[in-house]
Structure formats: C-alpha cells, structure tokens
Design a protein around this ligand. Structure first.
Ligand SMILES: [Zn+2]
Length: 154
C-alpha cells in the first residue's frame, strides 16, 4: 500500500513541477498526462487500501473465532479434569465424577460420545437405574445395576 501511495505522491510532484516550470506557457498535453497518472495511482492506492481493510476485517473475525474456541476448549478441559473413565457393572464405559469433586444432587456420570465432541453432557438414570441416557445425544448404556440400586450408589 505504501508503494502505491508513494507512487501517487511522486506522480503529483511531477504534475506540480510541470505546472511550476510552465507558469506562462502551459504544456497542456504533458500536464493532462501527469494529472491522469496521479489519478490512476490514487485509484490504485484506494483499491489496495479497500482490499487491506477487507482482509483486516476477515482476520479480526478469525482471531475472535479462535479466541472463543480456545476459551471453550479451556473451559472443557477444566470441567473434564473433574471426571475419570469408569467401567459400569455391565462393562460399559462412562465418565464418572472424581470423588473429590462429587456434590450432592449433581449427576455423577457424563457421556463418552459427547466428551469426544468436546462437550460435557450428563447421563440420567432411566428404567429404575438399569440404563443411563445422555441428556444431549440420547446415547443410552446398560448399567448392569439391579433395578433401584442407583438410588444407593456404592
Ligand atoms: Zn451424549
């Protein structure tokens, strides 16, 4: 862009020089050519400035998207570190909250399918605790627990 602007400035100097050195008898053709050159170079600088503005806008948007994604990833990592992989009695794998993070009334199990998509979704017990169903993707797993056993987790 600076090259284009410098070229426009240079061309306008040339036009001025022609005007100054021909105060009395203007060489019309030379002057007209020099002025149209200035104009062309200014237009090209203007095009380039618009292109840079557009490019700057796109880059700013991409940076904002990436910052948002990074913040989401960090949030996921922080939450996910509270869970560990756990094998249910049925042999099915789920994520279970680590004992040190357990809170009364909070769901204990998180969905493995959703976790691989970068999302923590909870499993809710259904059919009297014989199955767990994901709140989000509806994946359901066999617990291998006796009916009602989920109410008094070991
Ligand atoms: Zn899920």
């Amino acid at each position: 862009m600076f090259t284009e602007i410098n070229a426009a400035i240079q061309a306008s100097k040339t036009a001025l020089d022609i005007i100054k050195s021909n105060k009395e008898l203007l060489k019309y053709n030379e002057l007209a050519l020099a002025v149209s050159e200035v104009n062309a170079k200014l237009l090209s600088a203007q095009d380039f400035a618009s292109y840079l503005l557009e490019k700057n806008k796109l880059l700013s948007e991409r940076i904002a998207d990436m910052e948002e994604k990074m913040a989401n990833d960090e949030k996921f990592d922080r939450e996910f570190s509270r869970y560990k992989l756990h094998s249910l009695e049925s042999g099915m794998l789920v994520y279970m909250i680590k004992p040190e993070h357990e809170e009364i009334g909070e769901p204990h199990y998180a969905c493995t399918a959703c976790a691989s998509d970068g999302k923590i979704s909870f499993f809710q017990p259904v059919l009297n605790g014989t199955r767990l169903v994901c709140d989000f993707c509806k994946k359901n797993v066999d617990t291998g627990w006796k009916p009602g056993a989920h109410k008094t987790p070991k």
